[in-house]
Write a protein that binds this ligand. Structure first.
Ligand code: DAH
Length: 341
């Protein structure tokens, strides 16, 4: 039995030493020290020994068991340390590998143009306002002197947000003329850039959402000469000092008189070409003297104050400025396009 014990002890210690992971170590533990383990089985046979042999063998067996337990414990610590070492190695970051470059974006070309325009107006003493895109019909149309039967009010043209046509997505930035006069003290000099919405199909020159810049000046003694002088100065800043302009009579409900401003086609010099659709001129904005009724709607006395207003399309300005031929490029946000600016 002594020899048997020595053999089992030696085999067990050997098995512990060669266990390569904690699972193997566990099965060694079970194989020798488990309920049906080899050492356990041997200990169970102690009862058969003579009373003299029993204490001697008992001591030896306990010593073997203690040795084995200690060996198991020590091997387990070794294996844990090895596993940790391996994980640290596997998961180590090589900080010397070059990083992936981060692509830095830049401002959208249309907003570059908007910033230029804001700067021009700020230098002329204007303020820049922001206004709601969800607007009351009252502000978008009624207070702007737009008759009840005006075609722009049609459901086919305007995105209404309720059945009784009281709220809508603004179709123009002009309602901000009303809000400016209602909230600011006179004199007023503001521009209001922002999104506007119309039920238009998308094509090279139309989009159901686009941007306008509204302008409003109200003071004592403002005349059509101020309108023309201001807008000529601004347009020459945008399109260059040699830009030729003209003002054409037009109609808007909220201005009287009303006009549209054209610039002479920079491509053909006014002769007519595809860029200007054979006209020789390109329309850039609508404008006019603020209608006395509109002033009165905002509690501004038209006998004391007068004003001019204008509205221009930002996309069209950006297209002209960068010689872009299709409006859709502005909205598609294709990086290959945007990177060129
Ligand atoms: N709101 C007009 C439009 O969307 C543009 C416009 C014309 C604005 C004349 C004005 C103006 O302020 O005086 O077509």
């Amino acid at each position: 039995m002594k020899e048997q014990l020595a053999t089992i002890r030696a085999q067990a210690l050997e098995a512990v030493a060669s266990a390569e992971d904690s699972a193997q170590l566990d099965s060694v533990r079970v194989q020798y020290l488990g309920k049906k383990g080899e050492l356990t089985a041997l200990l169970k046979q102690m009862g058969k020994l003579s009373p003299q042999e029993r204490p001697v063998m008992g001591q030896l067996a306990n010593a073997a068991r203690a040795d084995l337990e200690e060996a198991l414990e020590q091997r387990s610590r070794e294996l844990d340390a090895q596993a940790l070492e391996k994980r640290l190695k596997d998961e180590a970051l090589d900080v010397t590998i070059p990083g992936k470059p981060v692509r830095i974006g830049h401002k959208h070309p249309m907003y570059m143009v908007l910033d230029e325009i804001k700067d021009i107006f700020l230098n002329m003493g204007f303020e820049v306002l922001d206004g709601p895109e969800v607007e009351l019909s009252d502000y978008n149309f009624t207070k702007l002197n737009t008759p009840d039967d005006h075609p722009a009010r049609e459901w086919s043209d305007t995105f209404y947000l309720d059945e009784d046509s009281r709220t809508l997505l603004r179709t123009q930035t002009s309602p901000m003329q009303i809000r400016a006069m209602e909230t600011l003290s006179l004199p007023i000099r503001v521009i209001v850039p922002g999104r506007v919405y119309r039920k238009d199909e998308v094509d090279a020159t139309h989009s159901p959402m686009f941007h306008q810049i509204e302008g409003l000046v109200v003071d004592k003694g403002i005349t059509m000469a101020d309108l023309k002088g201001t807008l000529n100065a601004v347009i020459k800043k945008i399109y260059g000092p040699n830009t030729v302009t003209r003002f054409r009579p037009h109609h808007f409900p909220f201005t009287e008189p009303s006009c549209e401003m054209d610039i002479q086609c920079h491509k053909c010099g006014g002769v007519g070409c595809p860029t200007c659709k054979g006209e020789g001129w390109i329309e850039v904005l609508g404008a006019g003297m603020v209608h006395p009724k509109v002033l009165r709607n905002c509690n501004v006395d038209p006998d004391v104050y007068s004003g001019f207003a204008f509205g221009m399309g930002l996309e069209r300005l950006a297209l002209g400025r960068f010689k872009i031929s299709d409006l859709r490029l502005i909205f598609e946000n294709d990086i290959r396009f945007l990177e060129q600016f």
